[in-house]
Design a binder for this molecule. Structure first.
Ligand code: ATP
Length: 201
């Protein structure tokens, strides 16, 4: 499908919940986070280039990216993070493009956590959908889900684009500050709109 809806939102806003709801209704999902994991799993397509760039210690015994080792390296050498992204990002982009094109669903939800920060993904999207909720709820949900402290969640929030910056690029906004059933109803309404915009109704 060439009707691509970019889906983004802050940590814990409800992106995965929303993406799952669209898939239930018949949309295709292309998830850049999932692609990044695939590429860096054991036997993943990015592993040969990563091992060539950073040495064999960057892989764990199974051959998957050793995330703790990579974090230590990026901490010790700021250039390492950029080199990692220089290898991974073009591969993620290429694979996500190919999967969007190959999808036979009426439209594609392209989940990109850093859509605001990444201009080239925005260009590919016919619509940008932002999942929004108050910071206090993001903190509550992520503390509960990940078992981390409020300070740790706040540190992640501070490193992400602001709520205002996300809302500024949104064509559509799903407010996820109440019951899931309310969210699902709003997703169903957007699904109908996307089918229409994609020329399928
Ligand atoms: P991340 O950025 O961390 O991947 P996300 O934006 O994908 O998060 P979800 O994983 O969908 O967010 O939601 C975060 C947590 O909040 C999950 O545990 C989810 O089950 C819960 N959650 C999401 N929406 C609601 C809601 N409306 N009511 C109650 N819990 C919710």
């Amino acid at each position: 499908s060439d009707f691509v809806v970019g889906l983004t939102g802050g940590i814990g806003s409800g992106k995965s919940t929303v993406a799952d709801a669209f898939v239930e209704l018949g949309a295709a999902l292309v998830d850049t986070d999932a692609i990044a994991h695939e590429l860096t799993a054991a036997g993943g397509a990015a592993m040969p280039a990563l091992i060539a760039a950073f040495g064999p210690a960057i892989a764990d015994p199974s051959g998957a990216l050793d995330r703790a080792a990579m974090r230590r390296l990026a901490f010790a050498d700021p250039g390492a993070r950029q080199r990692l992204e220089g290898i991974l990002h073009p591969m993620i982009r290429q694979l996500s493009d190919a999967r969007c094109r190959a999808a036979s669903a009426p439209y594609v939800i392209l989940a990109v956590p850093l859509l605001v920060e990444s201009g080239s993904y925005r260009e590919r999207c016919r619509r940008i959908l932002v999942v929004d909720c108050p910071e206090s709820l993001q903190i509550e949900r992520v503390m509960a889900r990940n078992g981390i402290s409020e300070a740790e969640v706040r540190a992640i929030l501070a490193a992400q684009a602001s709520r205002e910056a996300r809302l500024a690029i949104a064509d559509d906004v799903l407010v996820n500050d109440g019951e899931r059933t309310i969210l699902y109803r709003a997703v169903a309404a957007l699904h109908a709109e996307y089918l229409h915009l994609a020329g399928r109704t």
